[in-house]
Design a protein around this ligand. Structure first.
Ligand SMILES: [Zn+2]
Length: 330
């Protein structure tokens, strides 16, 4: 962790935003590789391991699948490492943020995975605190190392973030909300981290009619989240081996989406990807269907109401994505 992070960290359990003391065991310039953070009030200690402060254990309960997933496919969705712009397209499309606005801003990535969106924000000049409960933070640390400390991963629960409130110019939570045990509590809590006028961007699986057509997927999901990771991966690979050629044929048809929802894989056929990348991305997204413990879809109109209750302004929603702004100080 870089020294700049310490001023933003607080004890996640004590009330009143208690800052943490840092003891350093191994450092490389301003990068603290090994050490310990301690709360002066409750004396709880949090290790810094491999350059990442750890407020949650690597064995964290419901998201071991994501740790496995993002350490296995760490580069595939990183635009800069895989030669595409798909992550940037989704990030700017769903947030509505301008790349020029991001320069010099402090941004929270709530649920960073391997860092696909943190990397986009950093490439536009932002400083990013990237949080994840799973060991995906290790992949994020490695994929974003090129930004020389402007992306700072933290392993912590999004429901117990060890961060001061009211400090971020922007907070985004993308591809994460549906996979948490309490999406409403998560979405209601994220606005507290914004400065006055700060911007919030959420995306999520919409609770629309498409899942009703995906009977095989949801029948399998009755079992797959409870299987060992290796078994879910083997099942995902087997399904992709069988069905990928079929979806490749469907992809040329205008009714592709209607036909493909009947098939129990999540096919990716973006023309900008190489054939090998499309296949690998399909295995990744299919594993991402079957392995998460939670898949709690949201209605964007309800998300708008949650953010209104949280006091947000300029709320704008559409299927699967909502943006808002924290009110200016009066
Ligand atoms: Zn404490």
């Amino acid at each position: 962790m870089r020294e700049w992070l310490i001023e933003y960290l607080i004890c996640p359990t004590c009330p009143g935003e208690i800052g943490l003391s840092l003891s350093i065991a191994v450092r490389d310039g301003d990068n603290i590789l090994e050490g310990e953070l301690a709360c002066p009030t409750c004396n709880t200690r949090y290790p810094v391991l491999g350059g990442v402060p750890r407020f949650a254990s690597a064995a964290a309960d419901y998201c071991g699948n994501f740790g496995f997933q993002w350490n296995t496919w760490r580069a595939l969705q990183i635009d800069r490492l895989s030669g595409h712009q798909l992550s940037a397209g989704r990030f700017f499309g769903d947030s509505g943020w301008d790349p020029a606005w991001l320069k010099g801003k402090l941004i929270l990535d709530a649920g960073c995975g391997a860092g696909r969106f943190a990397d986009v924000a950093a490439s536009a000049g932002a400083r990013v605190i990237a949080c994840d409960l799973s060991s995906a933070v290790n992949a994020c640390r490695d994929t974003t190392a090129i930004w020389d400390g402007r992306v700072q991963p933290i392993q912590a629960s999004l429901f117990d973030l060890p961060l001061r409130r009211g400090i971020f110019d922007g907070v985004f939570c993308m591809g994460v909300i549906q996979h948490t045990p309490d999406p409403k509590r998560l979405m209601g809590g994220l606005p507290t981290f914004l400065k006055p006028g700060g911007r919030l961007a959420l995306n999520f699986y919409e609770a629309d009619f498409w899942p009703w057509l995906q009977g095989i997927k949801y029948a399998l999901r009755l079992v797959t989240p409870h299987l060992p990771t290796g078994a879910t991966l083997a099942l995902s690979r087997a399904l992709v081996r069988v069905f990928f050629p079929l979806t490749a044929a469907f992809a040329r048809l205008p009714v592709f989406r209607t036909l493909s929802v009947m098939i129990p894989i999540c096919p990716v056929h973006d023309a900008v990807l190489t054939p090998e990348q499309r296949y690998a991305w399909t295995v990744l997204d299919t594993f991402d269907w079957y392995s998460p413990r939670y898949e709690k879809r949201q209605k964007y109109k309800e998300v708008v109401l949650i953010l209104a209750d949280a006091g947000m302004a300029d709320i704008s929603g559409r299927t699967g994505a909502v943006t808002a702004r924290a009110p200016e100080r009066t």
